[in-house]
Ligand binder design. Sequence first.
Ligand code: UD1
Length: 338
Amino acid sequence: MKILVTGGAGFIGSHTCVSLLENGYDVLVYDNLSNSSEESLRRVEKITGKKVEFVKGDILDKEKLNEVLSKDKFDACIHFAGLKAVGESVEKPWEYYQNNIAGTLNLVDAMRNNGCKSIIFSSSATVYGDPAEIPITENCPKGTCTNPYGWTKSMLEQVLSDIQKADNEWNVILLRYFNPIGAHKSGTMGENPNGIPNNLMPYITQVAVGKLKELGVFGDDYDTPDGTGVRDYIHVVDLAEGHVAALKKIKENCGLAIYNLGTGVGYSVLDIVKNFEEANDIKIPYSIKPRRAGDIAACYCDPSKAKAELGWEAKNGIKEMCEDSWRWQKNNPNGYEN
Ligand code: UD1
């Protein structure tokens, strides 16, 4: 079985390539390297001892997508490629809608032109907005997103669902990720954000390695046990395995299916700081800052549907997530640019 992995050089994509290769799939990565490094794919090859085919290309390049899809027979596409910085999406909405939405429409068109009608789409818990229920099940109504990035995920879910409804040869699996952190156990692959990180764990690891002075905790007056925001952090390797489980579901011709991928456990910002400090014996200086615009108090899922239907559940706990994030950062203080 051969899988087209768009955005396969990125954080979640590269870890998913490892899981795919370890499970006997062949992969072709299609990535424009705008926010990723080809070095990640060399590390995938080193870990798995297998070859990763790579095409440098943009999802906005319709011709190139058609060329790639016409040259090979792909059993499915896992579609990670997209712009993903929340703050930047508020500044550059046109670029986000153009890249994420037009790019995905190009991809789907090239897929159907070439007889590949199975797609796994990287969606996000962000589609629930401020969730109507906690823990969040897949039946929770979608909400109002607070930024264009979130809207692209929500809109693309609709687009792909409608395409599947109109043509039942399509299999569409929407995976709603909660908060991916952690890194491969080898310490050779992990998250490699451009510039100052926006997300919590890469910020913490950069404080730990001495690149940043202290963590700002965005708000301590939320309606949560310690007042700081609560999220469902999931180990990126568990998340990667979720894609392999979803591919098995696609083989059964599942039609349209939606799954939350999280652990079902919520940790506050201060829980994460404390667990990181204990797991790695490092102090993380922090100070309380005002709330960040668009943040919600709490967000964690009920992952039981994925367990029942995909036979998948997260295996790593918070200790492993903290240890593995740190091993990666410590061994690669400058990410893949060493
Ligand atoms: C964010 C996005 C989400 C996206 C995800 C990707 C929003 C509203 N949501 O999730 O759409 O899919 O990233 O991983 O932006 N925090 C601090 N200090 C920091 C950074 C974060 O206190 O320096 C806090 C936040 O307030 C939040 C928690 O840590 O309570 C997690 O934040 P973050 O890692 O940015 O993820 P989300 O905001 O949950």
